[in-house]
Design a protein around this ligand. Sequence first.
Ligand SMILES: C[S@@+](CC[C@H](N)C(=O)[O-])C[C@H]1O[C@@H](n2cnc3c(N)ncnc32)[C@H](O)[C@@H]1O
Length: 81
Amino acid sequence: MAADGADLGGEARMLDAMVAPCSRLLDAGCGPGRVGAELAARGHIVVGVDVDPLLIAAAEADHPGPRWIVADLADFDLSLA
Ligand SMILES: C[S@@+](CC[C@H](N)C(=O)[O-])C[C@H]1O[C@@H](n2cnc3c(N)ncnc32)[C@H](O)[C@@H]1O
């Protein structure tokens, strides 16, 4: 979709407008990192967590920089983020 020119950054722009600059953000259920990567590009410190290892692998490949973690948020220890 991005290659076709679709705007995929709307949620990230909204969140960026709601939080302080350089915030520390948890992207809970980050999938392939679409939102977290855009927030990181806007200067925030992002940790992305998703239960699906294939999606985290895609986030790591496509969006190096943020920490991408495979975990189930139901029992994830936030102190590890
Ligand atoms: C609708 S997708 C959204 C993905 C991404 N946030 C986006 O907007 O592109 C929801 C994501 O939540 C993840 N998820 C669902 N339950 C989860 C859980 N208990 N712990 C971690 N991730 C979970 C899924 O694997 C999926 O990638």
